[in-house]
Design a binder for this molecule. Structure first.
Ligand code: ADP
Ligand code: MG
Length: 293
């Protein structure tokens, strides 16, 4: 059980089974310090289960996780909370707490012996709020905010925790295009400052644009892992999502994925239309020099 100091997360042969479902079926991968990693794959492929194993919410039946050189099984919750912070896809039901108090809760692993925060805790919380652009509504209640604002508050709370690793489940779900870009840009900036980020997400085009690396899951297995431009191809999109697409490099935008139709026709398109679209997509691919392999 060794890993180089460059590697902050090492997962080896990880297995997690619910009663009748093999949700993670022998996952192996590594993440380096300061990498922004997109965890992608269809619904049910195991993304949330993996994040729950990494945050010790679930105990895997097999394999192991090394986090910053420590065997995760041996870390106490408090030790763990100094290494990783979690931003779940759904937020707590009790929304009657103010924004500043929510972010201050992120300081709990650092409170020593008593609950009340000191000036340093407050300063760190305020800095995190500035960074995520939420200081303007510090005294408002969580329940009063829009999804995008809430998401930013929860990331600020995770940041206040001063963890080295952020585990984020669907950071841009439910957000409009502007907020999606804003959150991704903020996460990119945090990674540039040295925070390691693992974000489960469905928005492939955003993952390709902002992430250093993608881990692609299918039925609880890693089917690809590497730089987005090396990993994402038409064949991969079809194999993993069952979707025909054009994957193309555009000078102003980098790699983009344009979905065309489900490979099995999805029941939505008639055979003739589907065949026509496939021929058109092949022509377009040839014209634009798309990434097929
Ligand atoms: P993702 O986040 O990629 O959508 P999940 O990790 O939520 O995938 O789910 C992986 C698999 O485990 C799916 O087949 C899902 O149905 C199953 N699963 C998830 N949560 C539970 C649960 N609490 N009990 C039983 N099966 C579950
Ligand atoms: Mg999920």
């Amino acid at each position: 059980m060794e890993c180089s100091s460059r590697v902050i997360i090492k997962v080896e042969d990880l297995v997690y089974r619910y009663d009748s479902v093999n949700a993670l079926d022998g996952l192996t991968f590594e993440i380096e310090r300061g990498e922004f990693v997109g965890l992608v794959g269809p619904n049910g492929s195991g993304k949330t289960t993996l994040l729950n194993c990494l945050s010790k919410l679930y105990t895997p039946q097999n394999g192991y996780i090394l986090l910053d050189g420590h065997d995760l099984r041996e870390l106490t919750p408090l030790e763990g909370a100094k290494i990783y912070a979690v931003v779940p896809s759904e937020f707590p039901v009790d929304m009657n707490i103010s924004i500043v108090d929510t972010v201050l809760l992120g300081r709990y692993p650092h409170f020593e012996g008593f609950w009340w925060e000191n000036e340093r805790d407050e300063e760190i919380a305020l800095n995190a709020m500035e960074k995520l652009n939420v200081s303007g509504f510090a005294d408002r209640k969580l329940g009063e905010l829009s999804s995008g604002e809430k998401q930013r508050v929860m990331i600020a709370k995770a940041l206040a925790q001063e963890a080295k690793v952020l585990l984020i489940d669907e950071p841009v779900a439910y957000l409009d295009l502007g907020y999606q870009l804003e959150i991704m840009e903020m996460l990119r900036n945090l990674a540039n400052e040295g925070v390691t980020i693992l974000a489960a997400m469905h928005q492939l085009n955003l993952a390709v644009k902002y992430c250093d690396k993608l881990i692609v899951l299918k039925q609880g297995r890693v089917v690809a892992c590497g730089k987005p431009e090396e990993v994402v191809t038409q064949r991969l999109i079809e194999d993993v999502y069952g979707v025909k697409s054009i994957v193309q490099k555009i000078p102003e935008a980098g790699l983009v994925i344009i979905p065309l139709s489900t490979s099995n026709n999805g029941g939505a398109l008639d055979k003739e239309t589907c065949e026509k679209r496939t021929i058109e997509s092949d022509k377009a691919s040839a014209r634009w020099g798309s990434v097929e392999a």
